[in-house]
Design a protein around this ligand. Structure first.
Ligand code: RRO
Length: 299
């Protein structure tokens, strides 16, 4: 079941969605029990920013009818804390499993600085750019506008030879156009979907429940949106696509592979079942291969 992805050979097509599996915490909570086999064929870190961030005020989660709204707000140690403390430990825990480091910034220059620093570290196999951050000039998410994203990538691309994966936001008017702009500007792969912008009100209070105001919806509720967006993007670009959004079972993962994803990421389901990645990879191995969906014809 091994898969070739951006020059990396991974054991199977199932990885984690950034920010949904805290490997350092899991290593303490589960000792070695969770890691045989390790649930994911490659591991994607939580998003790293240049400066340390405390994240949003609580509450940070809202359980929706068929999903989860989060407003975590990027808590992280910042680039230097990550390089010094987290990266060596992640590498030790992962062994041969490739590490993808996810980064976010609001300008191309800041993204370039993050990427250049990661480029120097052999422990990092690939870099994922989270472009869901508001652009400082337009106020729009960097990844909502093909022109802004291409401009950022022109700064970032020359700063690393490592595979660059652009994590697309679903909160854009034309996601395939953004994916095409990323591919044209040198991205090696795209991943989608990030969470859908959402809001929940505190019961009877008439104000937002989440400390950050609005948040991002994930889980079963977004699965069919993910299938539609992954199909449309896979039909539009030649580069590999990492599909995610509400994957809970091998059948859900198979749907994303069938519409053109090369890898599938498990996100919210790992909160319920930390071994979901391994379960889904086993299920894929046992299930029939591609049923012959042709995204180019059917989207
Ligand atoms: O940290 C977050 O609140 C967060 C991030 Br960076 C993201 O990309 N997607 C999301 O749903 N939450």
């Amino acid at each position: 079941m091994s898969v070739e992805f951006c020059g990396l050979r991974v054991a199977h097509p199932v990885i984690n969605a950034s920010g949904t599996f805290d490997l350092l915490a899991a290593a303490e909570a589960f000792d070695d029990g969770l890691f045989d086999p390790f649930p994911f064929a490659a591991f994607v870190s939580k998003t790293i920013t240049l400066a340390p961030r405390g994240g949003n005020p609580p509450p940070r989660l809202w359980e929706a009818s068929a999903g989860l709204i989060n407003s975590i707000g990027l808590p992280n140690r910042g680039l230097h804390g990550y390089l010094e403390h987290d990266l060596p430990r992640l590498h030790e825990l992962l062994g041969e499993v490739p590490l993808v480091t996810n980064v976010m910034a609001s300008t191309g220059d800041e993204l370039g600085e993050l990427v250049a620093a990661l480029d120097e570290r052999a422990e990092v196999a690939a870099i994922e750019l989270n472009v869901s951050c508001p652009n400082v000039h337009t106020g729009l998410d960097l990844g909502a506008d093909p022109v802004e994203l291409a401009a950022a990538l022109r700064v970032v691309r020359p700063r690393t030879a490592k595979p660059l994966i652009v994590k697309l936001t679903p909160n854009a008017a034309d996601v395939p156009a953004v994916a095409a702009a990323a591919a044209d500007a040198g991205a090696d792969a795209v991943s989608l979907i990030n969470t859908l912008r959402a809001m929940a009100l505190a019961p009877k209070a008439g104000r937002a429940w989440l400390g950050g105001g609005s948040g991002g919806l994930s889980g079963a509720a977004v699965r069919t949106v993910a299938v539609a967006q992954v199909a449309a993007v896979a039909a539009r670009v030649e580069i590999p696509v990492v599909g995610m959004g509400g994957v809970q079972t091998a059948a859900h993962a198979r749907d994303l592979l069938d519409v053109g994803a090369t890898l599938v990421a498990v996100g919210t389901e790992s909160f319920r079942d930390p071994a979901a990645g391994a379960r889904i990879a086993r299920g894929l191995q046992a299930s029939p291969a591609n049923r012959g969906f042709s995204p180019a014809e059917q989207v």
